[in-house]
Structures are given as C-alpha cells and as structure tokens.
Design a protein around this ligand. Structure first.
Ligand code: SAM
Length: 271
C-alpha cells in the first residue's frame, strides 16, 4: 500500500513538473506574500504589542500562509492572545473590483484573484500545520462589526483594494488599544494594489498622523493618542472604550507607547 502511494505521488510530481499543471502548488518552496524582512517586521510588531491588551487580527488571510507563520511564532513565544482571521474566502467583492477597474484603471483580472478558496480549506490547512488556535470568520471586512472582537492589539490589514480598506480602517482603529499597531499591506505607489496606499494616506491625513512605510510596502499605524481624541465618535461611550477624559492613560502605558515608537524609528534606521 505504502509502495503504491509513493508511486502515485512520484508519478504525479513528474507529471506536474513536465506539464506545469499544479506545478506551483506541488513544488513551490516559498508561498508567502511577504519577503523575509517583511515577515520579520510583522513579528517585531507582534513582539512590541505583546503586552498590549487585545487580540490579533489578520483581515484578509487568503490561504493561511502568514496566519500559520505568525500564530506558530506566537505559540512558540507563549502568547495566548486570540488570533482572528477574516476573509471572504472567495476573493474580492465585485463592487470593490468594479471601483478599481472603472475609477482606478486596474485590469479586469482582479475579478479572478484569490477566488479559488474556501473557509473549510483554510481551516483544514491550518489543522494540517498543527495550528489549532485561529478563529476564522467568513465576512466582508467592510461590513464586519469589529466592535464585537473587543480590544485589538495588532492587526495585519491585507485586503489590497481601496474601498474595503477605506471602510474598515476606522472600525479597526477604533478598537485598537493604546500602543496597538495596524499594518496595512501594499502601501506602494503605482502598482496594481495602490488603492491600499491611497486608503492608508487618506486615513493618516484624517487622524493627523505622519505616514510611515516600512520594508517597501507596510503602512504603519500606531495608536498613541488619547482615546478621547480618536476617530469614530460613535464608539465613545460604548463598553469597549475606556472612559473619555484628557488624562486617562496611566504613565506606564505612556512609557510603553514611547518605547514602541522609538523601536519603530530604530527599525527604519537599522534596516
Ligand atoms: C493578499 S491576500 C491576503 C494574503 C494573506 N494575508 C497572506 O499573507 O497570505 C488578500 C485577501 O483579501 C481577501 N479580501 C479581499 N477583499 C475582502 C473583503 N472585502 N473582505 C474580506 N476579505 C477580502 C481576498 O479574498 C484575499 O484572500
């Protein structure tokens, strides 16, 4: 039986190599959508937010490569926070790609990207990788109620297009704990995903914070201001928010946030 199985696998791999059919999924050794330096930066962010209250969110998780990498690192380090992975698991929304194609001159092929996916495949892949502590949710991030997750300490926002990023960023930021970090992927000018850059820039202008792009495409957002000054007045007074007031942040948290800021500055200087 073992022999038959290995002969079938061997035949299949030769077939894939010769014809190119499924060659990438069969042979690819690097499926991450981030290069090693970018992955290290994401780890640095997780480490810097380790003591910040809240869960970790990956908004746009696709097939789970980065999810598995980050969650495994958290497990190895003994970080027990919840990890929430959000995706449509069927690619982009038609209304979002329509906006890119019609108003942002992007190609029609956007409609097909990431569409071959299923939540059940994502869950199964993580299980095979021995990653058991990820909560996957099938949703449109633009409609998702981030308030129900409670505080967020770290979020990788990786849904590529202008509209969903524009819509969900304020909702994520509202629930970001002081000292928390959001990374918006694909913040790079003049490429197929530059809607991410536009949404990031508009958001940073809206909160009056300087833009910060790391490792060529990672837009950094750190919540350093008083909760009472942040976006989304609707959230103030909700049970998720600390009581509003000018001096509600304890000195230790202030120091922690200054520390995070100096680490991030050092990061860009040393890499
Ligand atoms: C670049 S991939 C994510 C890659 C993943 N973070 C990784 O590192 O492997 C973008 C994902 O965003 C998802 N997506 C796009 N628009 C979305 C939306 N409005 N709501 C939820 N997910 C969305 C797509 O289905 C796709 O899987």
């Amino acid at each position: 039986m073992g022999d038959t199985k290995s002969r079938i696998i061997s035949f299949y791999r030769d077939f894939a190599m010769k014809t190119g059919f499924t060659a990438r999924t069969t042979f690819s050794l690097y499926n991450y959508m981030f290069d090693p330096q970018q992955l290290c930066f994401l780890i640095d962010c997780l480490q810097e937010t380790e003591t910040v209250k809240g869960c970790c969110v990956e908004a746009g998780c696709a097939w789970g490569y980065t999810t598995a990498f980050l969650r495994k690192w958290m497990d190895a380090r003994g970080i027990k926070k919840d990890y929430i992975a959000l995706d449509t698991f069927s690619g982009f929304l038609a209304s979002d790609t329509e906006h890119e194609i019609k108003y942002r001159s992007k190609p029609e092929r956007l409609n097909n990207l990431f569409s071959t996916n299923k939540k059940t495949w994502f869950d199964y892949s993580l299980k095979l990788a021995n990653v058991t502590s990820v909560n996957s949710i099938q949703t449109d991030v633009a409609q998702f109620d981030f308030d129900k997750l409670g505080p967020i300490s770290f979020c990788l926002l990786d849904v590529d297009l202008y509209l969903p990023i524009k819509k969900c960023l304020p909702n994520i930021y509202r629930n970001l704990s002081p000292g928390g970090i959001i990374i918006v992927d694909d913040c790079k000018h003049e490429n197929i995903w530059d809607g991410a850059m536009q949404a990031y820039q508009e958001f940073m202008a809206g909160i009056g914070a300087p833009q910060r792009i790391e490792c060529g495409k990672l837009g950094v957002i750190i919540k350093t201001r008083e909760p009472a000054q942040d976006l989304a007045p609707a959230a103030r007074g909700s049970s998720l928010e600390p009581p509003a007031g000018p001096h509600t942040i304890p000195p230790v948290e202030r120091q922690q946030r200054q520390h995070i800021q100096s680490i991030m500055v050092n990061y860009s200087l040393t890499r």
